[in-house]
Ligand binder design. Structure first.
Ligand SMILES: *Cc1c(COP(=O)(O)O)cnc(C)c1O
Length: 435
Protein backbone atom coordinates (compact mmCIF):
# COMPACT_ATOMS: atom_id res chain seq x y z
CA UNK A 1 0.00 0.00 0.00
CA UNK A 2 2.03 2.94 -1.22
CA UNK A 3 -0.78 5.42 -1.82
CA UNK A 4 -0.83 8.67 0.11
CA UNK A 5 -3.39 9.10 2.86
CA UNK A 6 -6.75 10.43 1.72
CA UNK A 7 -6.62 13.17 4.35
CA UNK A 8 -3.69 14.73 2.50
CA UNK A 9 -5.07 14.23 -0.98
CA UNK A 10 -4.52 10.53 -1.75
CA UNK A 11 -7.18 8.06 -2.93
CA UNK A 12 -9.66 6.63 -0.44
CA UNK A 13 -9.23 3.05 0.77
CA UNK A 14 -12.98 2.43 0.89
CA UNK A 15 -14.64 2.66 -2.52
CA UNK A 16 -17.35 -0.02 -2.42
CA UNK A 17 -21.00 0.74 -1.77
CA UNK A 18 -21.63 -0.49 1.77
CA UNK A 19 -25.12 0.54 2.92
CA UNK A 20 -26.30 -3.06 2.89
CA UNK A 21 -23.50 -4.12 5.21
CA UNK A 22 -24.32 -1.52 7.86
CA UNK A 23 -28.08 -1.10 7.58
CA UNK A 24 -29.82 -1.75 10.91
CA UNK A 25 -32.23 -2.92 12.17
CA UNK A 26 -32.95 -5.59 9.57
CA UNK A 27 -36.67 -5.22 8.89
CA UNK A 28 -38.42 -7.58 6.50
CA UNK A 29 -42.03 -8.10 5.44
CA UNK A 30 -42.37 -10.40 8.43
CA UNK A 31 -41.75 -7.49 10.84
CA UNK A 32 -44.02 -5.21 8.82
CA UNK A 33 -46.83 -7.73 8.86
CA UNK A 34 -46.50 -8.26 12.63
CA UNK A 35 -46.59 -4.51 13.29
CA UNK A 36 -49.57 -3.95 10.98
CA UNK A 37 -51.55 -6.70 12.65
CA UNK A 38 -51.25 -4.91 15.98
CA UNK A 39 -52.24 -1.58 14.45
CA UNK A 40 -55.23 -3.01 12.60
CA UNK A 41 -56.45 -4.93 15.63
CA UNK A 42 -56.00 -1.81 17.78
CA UNK A 43 -54.18 -3.83 20.46
CA UNK A 44 -51.23 -1.47 20.91
CA UNK A 45 -51.92 -1.08 24.63
CA UNK A 46 -52.86 -4.67 25.55
CA UNK A 47 -50.53 -7.30 26.97
CA UNK A 48 -51.36 -10.55 25.09
CA UNK A 49 -48.63 -10.23 22.47
CA UNK A 50 -46.15 -8.93 25.03
CA UNK A 51 -46.72 -12.05 27.11
CA UNK A 52 -46.01 -14.27 24.11
CA UNK A 53 -42.83 -12.30 23.47
CA UNK A 54 -41.85 -12.65 27.14
CA UNK A 55 -42.35 -16.44 27.05
CA UNK A 56 -40.29 -16.83 23.89
CA UNK A 57 -37.60 -14.52 25.21
CA UNK A 58 -37.48 -16.42 28.52
CA UNK A 59 -36.92 -19.68 26.62
CA UNK A 60 -34.16 -18.16 24.53
CA UNK A 61 -32.52 -16.37 27.45
CA UNK A 62 -32.84 -19.33 29.81
CA UNK A 63 -34.58 -17.39 32.59
CA UNK A 64 -37.65 -18.43 34.56
CA UNK A 65 -39.34 -15.00 34.46
CA UNK A 66 -39.25 -12.16 31.96
CA UNK A 67 -41.10 -8.85 31.95
CA UNK A 68 -41.43 -6.47 28.99
CA UNK A 69 -40.95 -2.72 29.54
CA UNK A 70 -41.55 0.54 27.71
CA UNK A 71 -37.78 1.18 27.64
CA UNK A 72 -34.50 -0.24 28.82
CA UNK A 73 -34.29 2.60 31.32
CA UNK A 74 -37.62 1.51 32.86
CA UNK A 75 -36.43 -2.13 32.97
CA UNK A 76 -33.38 -1.03 34.97
CA UNK A 77 -35.54 0.95 37.39
CA UNK A 78 -37.74 -2.14 37.73
CA UNK A 79 -34.70 -4.32 38.38
CA UNK A 80 -33.41 -1.90 41.03
CA UNK A 81 -36.73 -1.84 42.83
CA UNK A 82 -36.90 -5.59 42.28
CA UNK A 83 -33.75 -6.28 44.29
CA UNK A 84 -34.91 -3.93 47.03
CA UNK A 85 -32.97 -0.72 46.36
CA UNK A 86 -34.50 2.04 48.49
CA UNK A 87 -33.89 5.29 50.34
CA UNK A 88 -30.33 5.71 51.58
CA UNK A 89 -28.97 2.66 49.76
CA UNK A 90 -25.84 2.87 47.64
CA UNK A 91 -25.72 1.40 44.15
CA UNK A 92 -22.30 0.83 42.60
CA UNK A 93 -21.85 1.11 38.83
CA UNK A 94 -18.99 1.69 36.40
CA UNK A 95 -18.39 5.37 35.67
CA UNK A 96 -18.01 4.80 31.94
CA UNK A 97 -21.34 3.67 30.57
CA UNK A 98 -24.70 4.91 29.40
CA UNK A 99 -26.40 6.87 32.21
CA UNK A 100 -29.50 4.62 32.41
CA UNK A 101 -27.42 1.86 33.96
CA UNK A 102 -27.45 3.79 37.21
CA UNK A 103 -29.31 7.14 37.23
CA UNK A 104 -32.75 5.52 37.73
CA UNK A 105 -31.70 4.75 41.32
CA UNK A 106 -31.94 8.49 42.11
CA UNK A 107 -35.71 8.27 41.83
CA UNK A 108 -35.70 5.53 44.51
CA UNK A 109 -33.85 7.84 46.90
CA UNK A 110 -30.66 5.85 46.48
CA UNK A 111 -27.13 7.06 45.84
CA UNK A 112 -25.01 6.09 42.83
CA UNK A 113 -21.40 5.25 43.66
CA UNK A 114 -18.97 4.96 40.79
CA UNK A 115 -16.24 2.40 40.33
CA UNK A 116 -13.37 2.50 37.86
CA UNK A 117 -13.21 0.41 34.70
CA UNK A 118 -10.59 -1.97 33.33
CA UNK A 119 -8.57 -0.54 30.42
CA UNK A 120 -8.86 -3.73 28.37
CA UNK A 121 -12.45 -4.92 28.92
CA UNK A 122 -13.82 -1.36 29.42
CA UNK A 123 -16.09 -2.97 32.05
CA UNK A 124 -16.25 -2.41 35.82
CA UNK A 125 -13.02 -3.27 37.62
CA UNK A 126 -13.81 -5.84 40.34
CA UNK A 127 -11.09 -4.42 42.60
CA UNK A 128 -12.51 -0.93 42.34
CA UNK A 129 -16.00 -2.33 42.94
CA UNK A 130 -14.77 -3.93 46.15
CA UNK A 131 -13.05 -0.73 47.28
CA UNK A 132 -16.27 1.23 46.93
CA UNK A 133 -18.42 -1.11 49.02
CA UNK A 134 -19.82 0.27 52.29
CA UNK A 135 -22.32 -1.10 54.78
CA UNK A 136 -25.00 0.73 52.75
CA UNK A 137 -24.24 -0.89 49.40
CA UNK A 138 -27.37 -2.65 48.21
CA UNK A 139 -26.61 -3.49 44.59
CA UNK A 140 -24.02 -3.37 41.85
CA UNK A 141 -24.99 -2.74 38.24
CA UNK A 142 -22.64 -4.55 35.88
CA UNK A 143 -22.64 -3.39 32.26
CA UNK A 144 -21.21 -5.70 29.62
CA UNK A 145 -19.81 -2.65 27.93
CA UNK A 146 -19.84 -2.58 24.10
CA UNK A 147 -20.54 -6.31 24.09
CA UNK A 148 -17.60 -7.30 26.27
CA UNK A 149 -18.63 -9.56 29.17
CA UNK A 150 -17.65 -8.16 32.56
CA UNK A 151 -15.57 -10.25 34.93
CA UNK A 152 -18.59 -12.03 36.43
CA UNK A 153 -16.80 -14.67 38.53
CA UNK A 154 -14.92 -12.09 40.54
CA UNK A 155 -17.84 -9.70 40.76
CA UNK A 156 -20.25 -12.42 41.91
CA UNK A 157 -17.81 -13.64 44.55
CA UNK A 158 -17.28 -10.16 46.00
CA UNK A 159 -21.01 -9.36 45.83
CA UNK A 160 -21.92 -12.63 47.51
CA UNK A 161 -19.44 -12.08 50.34
CA UNK A 162 -21.04 -8.68 51.09
CA UNK A 163 -24.66 -9.65 50.42
CA UNK A 164 -24.95 -7.27 47.48
CA UNK A 165 -27.44 -7.87 44.65
CA UNK A 166 -26.00 -8.13 41.13
CA UNK A 167 -27.94 -6.43 38.33
CA UNK A 168 -26.62 -7.14 34.84
CA UNK A 169 -27.29 -4.41 32.28
CA UNK A 170 -27.28 -6.39 29.04
CA UNK A 171 -28.19 -3.48 26.74
CA UNK A 172 -24.94 -3.89 24.78
CA UNK A 173 -24.62 -7.64 24.84
CA UNK A 174 -27.84 -9.56 24.14
CA UNK A 175 -27.04 -13.20 23.54
CA UNK A 176 -23.39 -12.84 24.59
CA UNK A 177 -21.72 -15.50 26.70
CA UNK A 178 -19.46 -15.37 29.73
CA UNK A 179 -17.56 -18.66 30.01
CA UNK A 180 -20.43 -20.38 28.25
CA UNK A 181 -23.20 -18.76 30.33
CA UNK A 182 -25.67 -16.34 28.82
CA UNK A 183 -25.20 -12.73 29.92
CA UNK A 184 -28.10 -11.59 32.05
CA UNK A 185 -28.52 -14.98 33.75
CA UNK A 186 -25.46 -14.86 35.98
CA UNK A 187 -26.44 -12.09 38.42
CA UNK A 188 -29.69 -11.86 40.36
CA UNK A 189 -31.46 -10.10 37.51
CA UNK A 190 -30.73 -8.97 33.96
CA UNK A 191 -32.27 -5.87 32.41
CA UNK A 192 -31.75 -4.51 28.93
CA UNK A 193 -32.72 -2.03 26.30
CA UNK A 194 -34.30 -3.25 23.07
CA UNK A 195 -34.34 0.13 21.33
CA UNK A 196 -33.73 0.22 17.60
CA UNK A 197 -30.02 0.95 17.63
CA UNK A 198 -29.13 -1.87 20.04
CA UNK A 199 -28.05 -5.26 18.76
CA UNK A 200 -31.45 -6.71 19.63
CA UNK A 201 -33.66 -4.04 18.09
CA UNK A 202 -37.44 -3.97 18.48
CA UNK A 203 -38.15 -0.23 18.72
CA UNK A 204 -38.51 1.52 22.08
CA UNK A 205 -38.65 -1.21 24.71
CA UNK A 206 -36.78 -3.16 27.33
CA UNK A 207 -36.97 -6.49 29.12
CA UNK A 208 -36.10 -7.85 32.54
CA UNK A 209 -35.09 -11.49 33.10
CA UNK A 210 -34.64 -13.33 36.39
CA UNK A 211 -35.00 -16.70 38.08
CA UNK A 212 -36.08 -15.02 41.29
CA UNK A 213 -39.85 -14.86 41.74
CA UNK A 214 -39.65 -12.11 44.34
CA UNK A 215 -37.62 -9.80 42.08
CA UNK A 216 -40.11 -10.44 39.30
CA UNK A 217 -43.12 -9.68 41.48
CA UNK A 218 -41.59 -6.53 42.90
CA UNK A 219 -40.90 -5.29 39.35
CA UNK A 220 -44.52 -6.06 38.43
CA UNK A 221 -45.77 -4.27 41.57
CA UNK A 222 -43.72 -1.16 40.81
CA UNK A 223 -44.80 -0.37 37.27
CA UNK A 224 -47.22 -2.98 35.87
CA UNK A 225 -50.48 -2.48 37.78
CA UNK A 226 -52.63 -4.23 35.16
CA UNK A 227 -50.81 -7.47 35.94
CA UNK A 228 -51.11 -7.32 39.70
CA UNK A 229 -54.16 -9.60 39.82
CA UNK A 230 -52.53 -12.51 38.03
CA UNK A 231 -48.89 -12.01 39.01
CA UNK A 232 -48.69 -10.96 42.65
CA UNK A 233 -48.64 -14.10 44.78
CA UNK A 234 -46.86 -12.57 47.73
CA UNK A 235 -49.20 -11.15 50.36
CA UNK A 236 -46.90 -8.29 51.26
CA UNK A 237 -47.29 -7.10 47.65
CA UNK A 238 -50.78 -8.35 46.74
CA UNK A 239 -52.43 -6.45 49.61
CA UNK A 240 -51.53 -3.18 47.83
CA UNK A 241 -52.35 -4.45 44.35
CA UNK A 242 -54.24 -2.45 41.76
CA UNK A 243 -52.15 0.70 41.92
CA UNK A 244 -48.52 0.87 40.78
CA UNK A 245 -46.20 1.06 43.78
CA UNK A 246 -43.85 3.42 42.00
CA UNK A 247 -46.57 5.53 40.43
CA UNK A 248 -45.05 4.39 37.16
CA UNK A 249 -46.43 2.77 34.05
CA UNK A 250 -43.82 0.57 32.43
CA UNK A 251 -45.93 -1.47 30.01
CA UNK A 252 -44.37 -2.38 26.69
CA UNK A 253 -45.93 -1.10 23.45
CA UNK A 254 -47.31 -4.12 21.60
CA UNK A 255 -45.88 -3.10 18.23
CA UNK A 256 -42.50 -3.43 19.94
CA UNK A 257 -43.49 -6.83 21.34
CA UNK A 258 -44.75 -8.04 17.95
CA UNK A 259 -41.57 -6.92 16.19
CA UNK A 260 -39.56 -8.43 19.04
CA UNK A 261 -41.11 -11.85 18.39
CA UNK A 262 -39.99 -11.69 14.76
CA UNK A 263 -36.52 -10.34 15.60
CA UNK A 264 -36.01 -13.09 18.16
CA UNK A 265 -36.54 -15.79 15.52
CA UNK A 266 -33.65 -14.40 13.49
CA UNK A 267 -31.41 -13.06 16.22
CA UNK A 268 -29.06 -16.01 16.64
CA UNK A 269 -28.40 -16.14 12.89
CA UNK A 270 -27.85 -12.39 12.67
CA UNK A 271 -25.56 -12.45 15.68
CA UNK A 272 -23.55 -15.26 14.06
CA UNK A 273 -23.13 -13.26 10.87
CA UNK A 274 -22.02 -10.18 12.83
CA UNK A 275 -19.53 -12.37 14.70
CA UNK A 276 -18.15 -13.70 11.43
CA UNK A 277 -17.82 -10.21 9.96
CA UNK A 278 -16.27 -8.58 13.03
CA UNK A 279 -13.95 -11.53 13.52
CA UNK A 280 -12.76 -11.21 9.93
CA UNK A 281 -12.15 -7.45 10.29
CA UNK A 282 -9.89 -8.01 13.31
CA UNK A 283 -8.19 -11.02 11.75
CA UNK A 284 -7.11 -8.73 8.91
CA UNK A 285 -5.63 -6.28 11.42
CA UNK A 286 -4.03 -8.84 13.68
CA UNK A 287 -0.45 -7.83 12.84
CA UNK A 288 -1.03 -4.07 12.91
CA UNK A 289 0.59 -2.45 15.92
CA UNK A 290 -0.99 0.21 18.09
CA UNK A 291 -4.60 -0.87 17.60
CA UNK A 292 -6.06 -4.01 19.09
CA UNK A 293 -9.26 -5.95 19.47
CA UNK A 294 -11.71 -5.34 22.34
CA UNK A 295 -12.66 -8.95 23.03
CA UNK A 296 -12.57 -11.38 25.98
CA UNK A 297 -9.76 -13.91 26.08
CA UNK A 298 -11.73 -16.86 27.42
CA UNK A 299 -12.69 -19.15 24.54
CA UNK A 300 -16.26 -19.60 25.79
CA UNK A 301 -16.89 -15.87 26.17
CA UNK A 302 -18.39 -13.94 23.25
CA UNK A 303 -19.36 -10.41 22.21
CA UNK A 304 -23.07 -11.02 21.49
CA UNK A 305 -24.08 -8.66 18.66
CA UNK A 306 -20.94 -6.46 19.03
CA UNK A 307 -22.95 -3.35 19.93
CA UNK A 308 -21.06 -0.14 19.11
CA UNK A 309 -17.78 -2.05 18.77
CA UNK A 310 -14.54 -0.57 19.98
CA UNK A 311 -10.83 -0.94 19.32
CA UNK A 312 -8.11 -0.28 21.89
CA UNK A 313 -5.55 2.39 21.06
CA UNK A 314 -1.93 2.64 22.12
CA UNK A 315 -0.47 5.99 21.03
CA UNK A 316 2.99 5.05 22.26
CA UNK A 317 3.24 2.33 19.65
CA UNK A 318 2.19 4.86 17.01
CA UNK A 319 4.87 7.47 17.71
CA UNK A 320 2.53 9.54 19.83
CA UNK A 321 -0.17 10.01 17.17
CA UNK A 322 -3.34 11.10 18.98
CA UNK A 323 -6.44 8.95 18.67
CA UNK A 324 -8.34 12.02 17.42
CA UNK A 325 -5.96 12.55 14.53
CA UNK A 326 -5.90 8.82 13.83
CA UNK A 327 -9.70 8.71 13.69
CA UNK A 328 -9.82 11.72 11.41
CA UNK A 329 -7.47 10.05 8.96
CA UNK A 330 -9.37 6.73 8.98
CA UNK A 331 -12.63 8.60 8.43
CA UNK A 332 -11.08 10.43 5.47
CA UNK A 333 -10.32 7.00 3.98
CA UNK A 334 -14.08 6.40 3.83
CA UNK A 335 -14.31 4.13 6.87
CA UNK A 336 -15.82 4.76 10.31
CA UNK A 337 -13.70 5.72 13.28
CA UNK A 338 -14.73 7.85 16.26
CA UNK A 339 -12.23 8.60 18.98
CA UNK A 340 -13.07 7.60 22.55
CA UNK A 341 -16.28 6.18 23.98
CA UNK A 342 -18.87 7.22 26.59
CA UNK A 343 -17.60 9.86 28.98
CA UNK A 344 -17.06 9.16 32.67
CA UNK A 345 -20.22 10.01 34.60
CA UNK A 346 -18.82 10.74 38.04
CA UNK A 347 -17.58 14.27 37.36
CA UNK A 348 -20.72 15.42 35.57
CA UNK A 349 -22.39 18.38 37.33
CA UNK A 350 -25.70 16.48 37.67
CA UNK A 351 -23.90 13.98 39.86
CA UNK A 352 -22.03 16.61 41.81
CA UNK A 353 -24.32 19.53 42.60
CA UNK A 354 -27.82 19.29 41.12
CA UNK A 355 -30.73 19.44 43.54
CA UNK A 356 -33.34 17.71 41.39
CA UNK A 357 -36.04 17.06 43.96
CA UNK A 358 -35.73 20.09 46.23
CA UNK A 359 -34.01 18.42 49.15
CA UNK A 360 -31.98 21.54 49.71
CA UNK A 361 -28.84 19.55 48.96
CA UNK A 362 -27.43 17.65 46.00
CA UNK A 363 -29.81 14.87 44.97
CA UNK A 364 -27.03 12.35 44.65
CA UNK A 365 -26.36 12.47 48.39
CA UNK A 366 -29.76 13.71 49.57
CA UNK A 367 -30.42 10.49 51.51
CA UNK A 368 -26.87 9.21 51.74
CA UNK A 369 -25.07 8.29 54.94
CA UNK A 370 -21.83 9.79 53.64
CA UNK A 371 -20.62 12.06 50.87
CA UNK A 372 -19.69 9.68 48.08
CA UNK A 373 -19.00 12.32 45.43
CA UNK A 374 -15.71 11.74 43.64
CA UNK A 375 -13.15 14.33 42.68
CA UNK A 376 -11.21 14.49 39.46
CA UNK A 377 -8.42 11.94 39.54
CA UNK A 378 -10.30 9.42 41.71
CA UNK A 379 -11.10 7.03 38.86
CA UNK A 380 -8.04 7.38 36.63
CA UNK A 381 -8.81 4.72 34.03
CA UNK A 382 -12.35 6.03 33.47
CA UNK A 383 -11.12 9.60 33.23
CA UNK A 384 -8.38 8.82 30.73
CA UNK A 385 -10.15 6.23 28.60
CA UNK A 386 -10.99 8.67 25.78
CA UNK A 387 -7.38 8.52 24.62
CA UNK A 388 -7.27 4.74 24.57
CA UNK A 389 -10.20 3.54 22.51
CA UNK A 390 -12.19 4.27 19.39
CA UNK A 391 -15.37 3.09 17.68
CA UNK A 392 -14.88 0.84 14.65
CA UNK A 393 -17.30 -0.04 11.84
CA UNK A 394 -20.14 -2.28 13.05
CA UNK A 395 -20.57 -4.80 10.23
CA UNK A 396 -23.97 -6.46 10.24
CA UNK A 397 -23.32 -8.61 7.14
CA UNK A 398 -20.41 -10.73 6.14
CA UNK A 399 -19.24 -9.17 2.87
CA UNK A 400 -15.51 -9.96 2.71
CA UNK A 401 -14.61 -7.38 0.04
CA UNK A 402 -16.22 -4.53 1.93
CA UNK A 403 -14.68 -5.60 5.22
CA UNK A 404 -11.26 -5.86 3.55
CA UNK A 405 -11.49 -2.26 2.34
CA UNK A 406 -12.33 -0.99 5.82
CA UNK A 407 -9.48 -2.99 7.32
CA UNK A 408 -7.22 -1.53 4.59
CA UNK A 409 -8.23 1.97 5.68
CA UNK A 410 -7.07 1.25 9.24
CA UNK A 411 -3.88 -0.46 8.13
CA UNK A 412 -3.06 2.35 5.73
CA UNK A 413 -3.35 5.03 8.40
CA UNK A 414 -1.13 3.07 10.80
CA UNK A 415 1.48 2.42 8.10
CA UNK A 416 1.45 6.02 6.85
CA UNK A 417 1.23 7.70 10.24
CA UNK A 418 4.44 9.61 9.62
CA UNK A 419 2.69 11.67 6.97
CA UNK A 420 0.22 12.73 9.66
CA UNK A 421 2.86 13.50 12.21
CA UNK A 422 4.76 15.51 9.60
CA UNK A 423 1.81 17.60 8.46
CA UNK A 424 1.12 18.42 12.09
CA UNK A 425 -2.11 20.35 12.31
CA UNK A 426 -4.34 20.59 15.31
CA UNK A 427 -6.17 17.41 16.28
CA UNK A 428 -9.92 17.73 15.78
CA UNK A 429 -12.03 18.05 18.92
CA UNK A 430 -13.17 14.62 20.13
CA UNK A 431 -16.66 13.71 19.00
CA UNK A 432 -18.77 13.08 22.04
CA UNK A 433 -20.70 9.84 21.75
CA UNK A 434 -23.26 8.65 24.21
CA UNK A 435 -24.39 5.10 23.78
C1 LIG B 1 -29.41 2.00 25.81
C2 LIG B 1 -28.98 1.68 27.20
C3 LIG B 1 -29.88 1.73 28.29
C4 LIG B 1 -31.25 2.35 28.23
O1 LIG B 1 -32.12 1.83 27.36
P1 LIG B 1 -33.29 2.67 26.65
O2 LIG B 1 -34.05 1.61 25.95
O3 LIG B 1 -32.64 3.65 25.74
O4 LIG B 1 -34.07 3.34 27.74
C5 LIG B 1 -29.43 1.30 29.52
N1 LIG B 1 -28.17 0.88 29.70
C6 LIG B 1 -27.27 0.87 28.70
C7 LIG B 1 -25.89 0.38 28.98
C8 LIG B 1 -27.65 1.28 27.42
O5 LIG B 1 -26.74 1.30 26.44
Amino acid sequence: MSDELAIIGGPKAVTLEDDYVFSWPIITEEDEKAALEVLRAGTMSDTGITKLFEEEFADWQGSAYTLGFSSGTASLLGAMYGVGVGVGDEVIAPSVTYWAAVLPCLSLGATPVFADIQPDSLCIDPESFEEHISEHTKAVVVVHNYGHPADMDEIAEIAHAHDIAVIEDVSHAHGGLYKGRKLGTIGDVGAMSLMSRKSFPVGEGGILATDDREIYERAVAFGHYTRHGEDLERDELAQFGGLPFGGQKHRMHQISAAVGRVQLKHYDDRMAEIQEAMGYFWELLDDVSGISIHHPEHEDSTMGGWYSPKGLYDAEKLDGLSVERFAEAVTAEGSTCLPGCNYALHTHPLLQNADVYGHGKPTRIANAHRDVRESEGDLPVAEGIQEHCFTIPWFKRYEPEVIEQHADAYRKVVEHRHELLDTGGEPAAATRVND
